[in-house]
Design a binder for this molecule. Structure first.
Ligand SMILES: NC(=O)c1ccc[n+]([C@@H]2O[C@H](COP(=O)([O-])OP(=O)(O)OC[C@H]3O[C@@H](n4cnc5c(N)ncnc54)[C@H](O)[C@@H]3O)[C@@H](O)[C@H]2O)c1
Length: 437
């Protein structure tokens, strides 16, 4: 089976490579020439564990190719996946211009039946817009080919994307024709044979499922952050509360970790987009509005704790920051809490020195020479008045406290992810602040 994946970012590249791995003939398309040039040379533009080897293996086998021209491969494939970005528009709604541009290119160039599947996260009604855009272009040139649209939202997590794609909790497919269902069944046959759940449904429900899933997860995070903030006020320990409620099977243990707020390319924009979709229908998503507000507040919390410790006298102090990416195992800094915190530190006149195992290049691209970049985690802490942990990378979990103590000017740790043991750290002479106890 031959398919094309348009958009070779975190989702498109992983999807394309994984389909190639299970025997599909895949062409990955992206308008970003330098990205495609790099991929053709075997250079992977993003950090995703296990991806590099898999790309190289499948390129070598001839099942995975890269191009900037959708036109050139369109009439050679049965299915086109659209995995381009859907960033937030100024008003918070999803910007569909890239998705619609892909649809128009298909309408202008398709010469035989094609199934167009949206993998990007898109609001309910987008498949219909894609259908209209393709039809409009076909009509302009008098093309009379048949085509179908489908929705196949992606649930992979950056940092664990390959495992998520290969062993999914579920695959959601929205279709409205037998032909589309047959093609998607053929494509996902290896998953069906392995008893993974492939759920077919109508297209609007598939589109909505993705937003509902991300919004539920964001809600759990904001809920726990609210509980954590209250725990601090009443003298409770959120770690105990988390373990107490997580063992209720109706609640479960996952996604109950308080911290400095969710970030990344998905939760913030998807929560915003769902609030906007509701507004456009005259409905107010009150729970999600609160989820967003709690998250914004939470991103400022660690800075407030720092300012309190120094009685707001922060000017000229060296502050060490461990972790830039929005979560471990990715170099993605989109909407990362680190962006808010570092800007606050700079505004307060601090000298910021950062270390991240993978996202240093991305950090440099964003902050340039306004901050300093350390060679390793201990180097970041040299002469620091405080160390702020923002991302729970594995290598930060068990630092040598004695080395840190020697390097730092003042022994102050602000743990934005609750990964250290308060008693252990305080017994070693550090002042310790975290979230929720
Ligand atoms: N990143 C995630 O963890 C994740 C998970 C699930 C779903 N999603 C959704 O998947 C979509 C893609 O996300 P991403 O993180 O992979 O984005 P990304 O920004 O990493 O990649 C998007 C790619 O699309 C390319 N592109 C834009 N217009 C194009 C066009 N007309 N033709 C060809 N290529 C074009 C861009 O150059 C870019 O390389 C979004 O809707 C996102 O919400 C993302």
């Amino acid at each position: 089976m031959k398919i094309a994946i348009v958009g070779t970012g975190y989702v498109g590249l992983v999807t394309g490579t994984c389909f190639a791995e299970i025997g599909v003939d895949v062409t990955c398309v992206d308008t970003n020439q330098s990205k495609i040039d790099a991929l053709v040379q075997g250079i992977i533009p993003i950090y995703e564990p296990g991806l590099e080897d898999m790309v190289h293996r499948n390129v070598k086998s001839g099942r995975l190719k890269f191009t900037t021209s959708l036109e050139s491969c369109l009439n050679d494939v049965e299915v086109v996946f659209c995995a381009v970005g859907t960033p937030p528009d100024e008003d918070g709604s999803a910007d569909l211009s890239y998705v619609i541009e892909v649809a128009r290119t298909i309408g202008r160039n398709a010469n035989k039946y094609i199934l167009v599947v949206t993998k990007s996260t898109v609001p309910v009604g987008t498949a219909q817009k894609v259908r209209l855009a393709i039809q409009e272009e076909l009509d302009k040139r008098g093309g009379d080919i048949l085509f179908d649209v489908a929705s196949n939202p992606e649930f992979l997590k950056e940092g664990n994307a390959i495992a998520d794609f290969m062993s999914p909790d579920r695959v959601v497919v929205g279709i409205d024709s037998d032909k589309a269902q047959a093609l998607m069944t053929k494509l996902y046959k290896p998953f069906l044979l392995n008893n993974f759940r492939v759920i077919f449904m109508d297209i609007p429900s598939a589109e909505m499922t993705k937003y509902a899933a991300n919004s539920m997860l964001a809600t759990r995070i904001s809920f726990m952050n609210d509980i954590a903030n209250l725990c601090e006020k009443v003298g409770a320990d959120v770690n105990m509360v988390r373990s107490g409620i997580g063992s209720d099977s109706r609640i479960g243990r996952k996604f109950l970790y308080p911290g400095i707020g969710y970030g990344g390319s998905c939760f913030p924009k998807d929560v915003k987009a769902l609030i906007k979709t509701a507004e456009q229908c005259g409905y107010s998503m009150d729970v999600l509005k609160a989820v967003e507000a709690v998250n914004e507040r939470q991103k400022h919390l660690l800075f407030e704790k720092l300012a309190l410790l120094f009685e707001h006298d922060l000017k000229g102090r060296n502050i060490a920051v461990w972790g830039l990416s929005f979560k471990p195992e990715t170099d993605d800094m989109r909407e990362a809490p680190a962006l808010v915190l570092i800007n606050q530190l700079l505004k307060a006149g601090c000298h910021v020195k950062v270390y991240d195992p993978i996202a240093m290049e991305e950090g440099r691209r964003i902050f340039g020479d306004t901050i300093s970049y350390a060679n390793d985690m201990y180097n970041a802490a040299e002469n620091a008045s405080a160390l702020m942990l923002l991302t729970e990378w594995k290598e930060f979990r068990m630092p040598s406290w004695s080395v840190l103590r020697d390097k730092m000017l003042q022994p102050i740790i602000l743990d934005g992810r609750n990964i250290y043991d308060r008693k252990e750290v305080e017994d070693l002479g550090f002042i310790y602040r975290c979230i929720g106890y």
